[in-house]
Each structure stands twice: as C-alpha cells, then as structure tokens.
Design a protein around this ligand. Sequence first.
Ligand SMILES: [Zn+2]
Length: 187
Amino acid sequence: MSTIFSHPAVPVAIGFALGQKTIPRSLLFIGAFCAILPDFDSISFAFGIPYESQFGHRGFTHSVFFAACIAAFFAWRNHEFKVDGASVKRHIVFAFLFISTVSHPLLDALTDGGEGVAIWWPFSKARFFFDDTPLPVCPIGQNFFSAAGYAALRGELTLIWLPALLLGLGGFSVRKILGRFTRTGGA
Ligand SMILES: [Zn+2]
C-alpha cells in the first residue's frame, strides 16, 4: 500500500478544489474514509488468506467494481449529505466517492512492491501494476517507523501530496476568480 496518510489526499484535494457548496464536510469525510477503505482487506492476513488470492490484500477491494458499489451505496443514501438544507445530487455523490475509492488501487498500482491490484475483479483476477512504479511501497506493520517507512512517506509527499496541493489550490483559485467574475457580472 501507499501509506494510510496519503490515500485521503485525493478526496481532500478534490473537496478543496470544488468547495463546500459542492462537497460538504460530511461527504468529504466519507470520501477520505473510502480512500482508505480498500486496505481494510489487510485483515485477510490474519485469516491466513494468501496475498495472491482474490480475497487477499489488494484483491477484490482494490477493483473498479468495488469502488462503483461503494459509491452507489452512498449515492443511494444521498440525503445524508446536505448543502444549505438540500441533499447533494446523487450523481455528484457517486462521482466523488467513486474517484475517492478507485484512486486507492490506482495509487497502489504505482508502488514498487507487493502484489499488483485486482483492478478488473470480478471479470479478471489478474493483478495490475502501471509500467512505471515511482512510489516506494510502504512496509506493513511495525516496520512502518523505519528508514523504508520514511522513504515511502517522502516519495508520497512529492508524488501525491504536492500534485494534490496544486490541484486543490488550482481549483480553489479558479472558483474564487469565477465567483468574483459572476458577482461583478451580476452587479
Ligand atoms: Zn491498498
């Protein structure tokens, strides 16, 4: 996995770029949760399920299908996410949470260790990596606070957090400029 700290960078950046009128805090919080949710499959190790199994780590929870199911579940419950008293539209909830969840296996597929992700499960059990894997893999368990853990975090700062920050700030700036433009035009 990439470290647990870095997966939420994607929803946080999108939420910041689009603003609370589109992505309210309650939805942003679920987006951050969805971004780490696929790694709950690490519990499979405790049950002796092999890494390579479709039910093992980076298996079915790291698929487009899983992301679509999670996004559809919360889109169905869109009344839980309100902006100015109105429910956030279903397609916005779905799109935001689908991207938040699927970003997880896509980032994992950029790491340089472990198994690939079962991105096309249940249609294929094949494990997938991108051709370039610039992210150092995060050591699992107690080795996290080690030189390898530090290298993983450093790689993620430049390859995940920096682009996320630019995306967030870029979207934020466009929103402010457009807002001013609209206000000026309406006056
Ligand atoms: Zn993962």
